[in-house]
Design a protein around this ligand. Structure first.
Ligand code: RNT
Ligand code: ZN
Length: 423
């Protein structure tokens, strides 16, 4: 079966009529396309190999989990880069990749977390330069014997804490090199799994130690090109009752230390969404990092789709003119489907949601609101859902020389047959 490939004339024709349609509501389609063309989404490398990395053959730990066994998973950094290239070729717009420390290349010699340096990422750097990709970074505080107790930066054991502090410091230097060599800024996100399965007698001391460890990591002033972010969460597998780095902890920490809070869409109570938090937090936080994910019943990290949560988030960012103040990074891992397909579905959905939000007649809605015309405001919000944003999206894909509509699925199939099935 082949998916339909739209030709340029068809795409342009539908685009022109959509543009005229939006124009009647005062929406400037060209400026939306220009804004979206400059917008970077940091694609997470870890969808490609189920958060495995290349440090060792060890199991994924830290209370996160990738389920499924779809064939053809990348087995080394070259295969992962090949898969990333493929995915990026199917996603319109500028390229940015989010690496984790466990994706180092150690040349067969064990390099521990307190020994990582930019030299272990030289292949990534060369690849990034050659492909015009910018890089973000994450220290890895999980999948390691020294995180097995469930505590890293908040551990009561001085040796363990020191080990992880050293890891954090080294990772910031790696991010600094990425920023210098590839053009900054480079975002570095700190997430630790620290927490307890059941009722701790002391909730205070680990948090005190966590704050102190971070203060030490961030005490080194390395300039504006590295954006430090901290990510909180509600619970993890094995840390159901207590997470030292809870959302409240990091909100307070990031605001007082003037670093970025990271809001992951899957890190709140199951019915709690993040779109209302953005304006609340960003009234005080100049910048924020957002982990774009999709929780189902728990922090399940499903592939992002064009659903209400994503649209609500996109609308908030656009309506609040906050896109210049947030860094968008995807964070999901599904091992049960073609992994390249997972990346592309998720990131195209995010970009499409942002375009959808940019095409909303915001001034009109705000005007109706100020006039107290509630039914019309609600009706117009409903109308946006059937406006011809798909035609504008297809045009955007064409502008960036990526397949429009479902045509990218033909390439996904070919890649599966010719590359993945031979691994
Ligand atoms: C875990 C956090 C974190 C990780 C990545 C791999 O719950 O969301 O961002 O998913 O660091
Ligand atoms: Zn996350």
């Amino acid at each position: 079966m082949a998916y339909p490939v739209l030709n340029e004339a068809e795409i342009s024709k539908s685009f022109e009529s959509a543009k005229a349609f939006y124009g009647e509501f005062g929406v400037d389609v060209d400026s939306a396309l220009e804004k979206l063309s400059g917008l970077e989404v940091s694609m997470h490398c870890w969808q490609g190999d189920d958060v495995g990395g290349f440090e060792s053959q060890g199991e994924l730990s830290g209370g996160i989990m990738a389920t499924g066994g779809f064939p053809g998973k990348a087995r080394n950094a070259d295969e992962l880069r090949q898969d990333i290239d493929k995915a990026m070729s199917l996603i319109p717009g500028p390229r940015r990749l989010n690496l984790h420390a466990i994706y180092l290349e150690n040349g067969g010699k064990q390099v521990d977390r307190d020994e990582v340096g930019i030299e272990h990422f030289s292949n990534w750097m060369d690849w990034a330069k050659a492909n015009k990709v910018k890089l973000d970074f994450n220290p890895t505080f999980f999948s390691h014997p020294k995180s097995e107790s469930g505590f890293t930066l908040s551990s009561a054991d001085d040796g363990i804490r020191k080990f992880w502090i050293e890891h954090g410091k080294r990772c910031r230097k790696i991010a600094l090199e990425f920023a210098k060599e590839l053009g900054g800024p480079s975002v570095i996100n700190f997430w630790v799994p620290d927490g307890a399965k059941d009722l701790p007698a002391d909730r205070w001391a680990p948090r005190q130690r966590l704050a102190e460890s971070y203060d030490e990591i961030f005490s080194e002033k390395i300039g504006d090109s590295v954006k430090d972010a901290v990510e909180g969460k509600l619970f993890g597998i094995g840390s159901e009752e207590y997470v030292a780095g809870s959302n409240e902890f990091y909100l307070a920490y990031s605001l007082t230390r003037k670093i970025l809070p990271c809001l992951d869409m899957g890190h709140y109570h199951p019915t709690e969404t993040i779109h209302d938090k953005v304006s609340a937090i960003m009234t005080f936080a100049p910048e924020a990092l957002i982990h774009v994910s999709r929780p189902i019943r728990w922090d399940s990290d499903h592939v992002v789709i064009f659903n209400d949560d994503l649209m609500s988030l996109a609308r908030e960012l656009v309506r609040g003119d906050a896109l210049d103040r947030v860094y968008l990074a995807t964070d999901f891992f599904d091992a049960s489907i073609n992994r390249i397909g997972a990346w592309v579905v998720g990131i195209r959905a995010l970009k499409k949601a942002l375009l959808f939000a940019m095409l909303e007649p915001v001034s009109m809605l705000k005007q109706l609101e100020s006039e107290g015309r509630g039914a019309e405001r609600l009706a117009m919000m409903e109308e946006t859902k059937s406006m011809p944003y798909g035609a504008v999206w297809n045009y955007f894909c064409m502008m960036h020389e990526t397949p429009a509509g479902s045509a990218w699925l033909n390439e996904l199939r070919n890649y599966e047959t010719s590359v993945l099935n031979n691994r």
